[in-house]
Every structure is written in structure tokens, then in C-alpha cells.
Design a protein around this ligand. Structure first.
Ligand SMILES: NC(=O)c1ccc[n+]([C@@H]2O[C@H](COP(=O)([O-])OP(=O)(O)OC[C@H]3O[C@@H](n4cnc5c(N)ncnc54)[C@H](O)[C@@H]3O)[C@@H](O)[C@H]2O)c1
Length: 449
């Protein structure tokens, strides 16, 4: 067994040296891409930040740690996040506003990084590209099928760059798995399993509320967007994932990561043909209307893809990609391939039902015909690669900023993002309709199976 713990670059080099895989591209190597960005960037890429909450604060911090990137301004509907944006930028004079439209009017801003709740993704993306800005928008790309279609249309019409923020697509681990699958190491693909679980209130979205939240510090009316208006509710502001009116549940929050990574590794860029969900609210009965345990069986082409999410038991985040020549396990920090011979390695147990003389003759002949092939399988080694402390957010942002500068395509464009989000919408629709659902590409709608 090859078992190693290596740095990001060594991870790529080790694989290349083994000669089994394709050469590492600069896309897979964040250090090389950073160098490329720094070398080519006489002028910094200037971005505006929309939404500086839990994810936006991390994105803004990561973006500002990249070479040749400058933040010109930040917009959020909650004033506390104006203070936070200034703190992240280490600039008390950073322009901040409640109105993201002001960032879109600013000619100095080339692109937008947006981390607003799901029910705002469509409007922000459509407005940004219509104003001539490129945009990095968080996952899941859309809040509904209709939103996704409008976003794809706006991307097509304007030609602006849109990168969706499912960062597994920029993971060197997923890139390595992709190479291994494409090389045929797994043989015929049989099925894929993706699973993760959490077991704590934070993991189930019961976040602490900022202490100064009020209708004075938040533009609550605008925050609600096109959703029917209700009185100010800090819980909804912070824990919006729990309600389908604003979020997309476990499907859009977590399944989308497993789906995007799976699509990238296996080489799929289409919606599932069919989805069948079993889900429920079993643990977090706090008034939410989105399930906390969610199992969906998808059909992509002819391949079954099974995704399992559980907010009531912690389990590791893992993919098991199964083929006729072995099983590839992909986790957040590495991967492991265990080859399987796919042949009999001993005489059949069915011969136990043969009379003695017949059985002995069968066993003798079996060994004469098969021992050499069995011997060969014994030397097939497992492959284990690890990438400790690997964070794929920065390379994903870098890929976007490089695209803004060079106009080269991004790794996760609006069409890919749409397809990944459709899987989540189908997973949710199957739960709400108590029925398997199919994607009807003629009408661009989800129908009961
Ligand atoms: N890629 C990942 O791993 C990852 C992780 C966490 C969250 N996310 C995604 O990031 C997005 C944001 O999630 P979050 O947890 O940061 O939410 P959050 O509630 O912590 O922050 C969202 C912020 O957006 C602001 N906002 C809402 N509407 C706005 C508007 N119209 N204009 C300006 N500001 C507006 C809110 O005031 C809030 O401060 C979601 O789509 C989520 O799915 C992605």
C-alpha cells in the first residue's frame, strides 16, 4: 500500500511521478495559479462584496489574502456587517452601504463576490451581470428552477463571468479523483454514494443571533425580497436555512456540495433524470419546515447516485465511488483507492454441492487454469493520498479572479451551477410531493415520476 501525508504541491507531484495520472494543471495547483495572478496583475482586480455574514466574511477575508485583489466597497442590509467589512478590510474608510445597487453603479468595481441568502441569489446575479459586472455567487446557485433558468439566460445574454461557490470543484482531492476515474482505474462505474452528518445545534443551523438585531439595524423589508412579508424576526434573519421560503434546506446547503463534487469527479454536467427522497424532521423540531434527515437516490444517465444527509448523527463527509475494478473513497482530506480483481480468486463454493470425485477434478482444473491470474491480483496495491489542512475556498476564488482578469472560463459556470442546483430542487420536490420526480427537459420543469 502507498500511504503518505504530503503538502498540496507534493500531493500533485507524487501522483504525477507515479505516472498513473494526468499531469497537474495550474488550475489544480493553487500556488501556481497565485503566482500566475501576481505576475500578470499590474492592476489589481477590484471587487465589491455583497453579503458579509457567516460565509461572506470568510470569502472577503480569503479574497483579500490573494495577491492583486482589492475590495472597493461592501453592501449588506444589516449595519453590523458594515463594521465587520471595515474590520476585515482593515480600512475604517471602506465604502459600505445597505444598497448593493450602489456597488453595481460604481465604474471602478469590475466584479462582485456575493454571499446573500439563497432567495436573493437570482436578483443579485441578474442585476450584477446586467450592470456589466462579473460575479462569484454562493451555492446553491438558485432558490427555484425558475430562478436558475433566469440566471442562465442572464449569463448567456450578457456574456459576463459567473462562478458558483461550490468549492469542491476547485479541490485538488476531487481533481485527483477525477483523473483516476477518467483513466479507467475504476473500470465500469456502478454507483456513487455521498454522505455526511452533523450532531450539534450549530450544524443544524440554530445559530446565535447578533445582539443588536432590530428593524433599526436591518432593512428587514428588503431582506425578505419577494417572499410574503412578515414582522421582523431575528431568528429568520440568522437561521433562514430552516425555512423553504428563504433557503433550500439540507439539499441546497449540503447535498449541493456532494452533488457538485460528484459531477466534477465523474464528469457529469446535466441534471439528474430522476430523484426519489425519503426525508423527515426528526430531531430539530424548532418550527422549521425543511427536513433534518434527507436521503435521495438520483439517477444520472444509467448510474444510481445515493446521497445521505443527517443533522442528527455526526458522520464523516465521504464519497464512495464504486466501479468494476475497485472502490475509490474520497474525503475532505484525501482519497483511497482499493483495487478489486473482479475475478474468482478461489474455486467456487458451489462445488461443495458436487460429488467428491467431480469436486476434486473441478478444483484441480480450476487451479491449473487460474492460479497465475490470481497471483497477479495479489500484487495490486491500494493507493492512499492525503492533503492535510486543505482549504478549497481560496483556489475557487482565485480561479474566479483569474477569469475576470484573463476572460478565460471559470471552473464552475452558471450552467454547471444550474445543473447542480436542479438536483437539490428535485431532492426537495420529491420530499414535498411524497413522490419520485423526473426532470422534463422539454418544458424545463420537475414532474412527478
Ligand atoms: N460555499 C460554502 O461552503 C458555503 C458555506 C456557508 C454558506 N454558503 C452560502 O452563502 C450564502 C450566505 O450564507 P450565510 O451563512 O453567510 O448567510 P448569513 O445570513 O450569515 O449572511 C447573509 C448576509 O447577506 C445579507 N443580505 C441579504 N440580502 C441582502 C441584499 N439584498 N443586499 C445586501 N445584503 C443582503 C444579510 O443581511 C446577511 O448579512 C448562502 O447562499 C449559503 O448557502 C456557502
Amino acid at each position: 500500500m502507498n500511504n503518505s501525508t504530503v503538502s498540496r504541491r507534493e500531493f500533485l507531484q507524487a501522483s504525477a511521478v507515479a505516472g498513473t495520472f494526468l499531469a497537474a494543471s495550474s488550475l489544480m495547483d493553487p500556488e501556481a495559479a497565485e503566482a500566475e495572478m501576481a505576475a500578470g496583475a499590474a492592476e489589481p482586480v477590484k471587487f465589491g462584496m455583497i453579503g458579509i455574514g457567516m460565509q461572506g466574511s470568510g470569502l472577503m477575508t480569503n479574497a483579500l489574502e490573494l495577491p492583486g485583489i482589492k475590495c472597493i466597497g461592501a453592501a449588506d442590509l444589516y449595519d453590523g456587517r458594515h463594521t465587520l467589512a471595515k474590520e476585515i478590510a482593515n480600512d475604517p474608510n471602506l465604502f459600505t452601504t445597505r444598497h448593493y445597487e450602489q456597488l453595481l453603479e460604481n465604474k471602478d468595481i469590475q466584479c462582485i463576490v456575493a454571499a446573500v441568502p439563497d432567495h436573493w441569489h437570482k436578483q443579485v446575479v441578474v442585476d450584477a451581470v446586467s450592470a456589466g459586472k462579473d460575479i462569484y455567487c454562493e451555492k446553491p446557485m438558485s432558490h427555484s428552477v425558475a430562478d436558475g433558468l433566469a440566471m442562465v439566460a442572464a449569463g448567456k445574454k450578457t456574456g459576463q463571468i459567473i462562478q458558483i461557490g461550490s468549492q469542491r470543484v476547485s479541490s485538488i482531492i476531487c481533481a485527483k479523483a477525477k483523473e483516476m476515474i477518467a483513466s479507467g482505474m475504476l473500470g465500469d462505474l456502478m454507483m456513487v454514494e455521498g454522505t455526511m452528518g452533523r450532531n450539534d445545534p450549530n450544524g443544524a443551523w440554530e445559530y446565535p443571533l447578533p445582539t443588536d438585531l432590530s428593524p433599526q439595524t436591518v432593512d428587514w423589508d428588503k431582506w425578505q425580497g419577494t417572499v410574503p412579508k412578515r414582522d421582523f424576526d431575528g431568528k429568520i434573519f440568522a437561521r433562514w436555512r430552516c425555512w423553504k421560503e428563504y433557503g433550500t434546506g439540507v439539499a441546497g446547503d449540503l447535498i449541493v456540495h456532494l452533488i457538485s463534487g460528484m459531477m466534477f469527479m465523474v464528469g457529469i454536467n446535466e441534471p439528474p433524470k430522476r430523484a426519489s427522497t425519503f426525508a423527515n424532521i426528526l430531531r430539530w423540531k424548532d418550527g422549521r419546515n425543511m427536513p433534518d434527515v434527507h436521503l435521495t437516490l438520483f439517477e444520472y444517465g444509467q448510474i444510481p447516485i445515493y446521497i445521505r444527509l443527517n443533522l442528527g448523527t455526526e458522520t464523516p463527509e465521504v464519497y464512495r465511488i464504486m466501479g468494476s475494478k475497485g472502490i475509490l473513497e474520497v474525503t475532505e482530506f484525501g482519497l483511497r483507492f482499493d483495487p478489486q480483481p473482479g475475478i474468482d480468486v478461489s474455486p467456487s463454493y458451489y462445488s461443495g454441492g458436487f460429488p467428491k470425485a467431480m469436486r476434486e477434478e473441478y478444483v484441480k482444473q480450476w487451479h491449473a487454469e487460474n492460479d497465475a491470474a490470481v497471483e497477479k491480483t495479489m500484487t495490486a496495491a491500494s493507493t492512499v493520498l492525503r492533503a492535510p489542512d486543505y482549504d478549497d475556498v481560496k483556489p475557487h476564488l482565485l480561479n474566479f479572479f483569474n477569469a475576470v482578469r484573463t476572460r478565460k472560463p471559470v471552473v464552475e459556470d452558471v450552467v454547471f451551477g444550474h445543473h447542480a442546483a436542479l438536483a437539490c430542487h428535485m431532492a426537495n420536490e420529491s420530499y414535498f410531493r411524497h413522490s419520485a420526480v423526473v426532470w422534463d427537459e422539454k418544458t424545463n420543469t420537475i414532474k412527478n415520476a
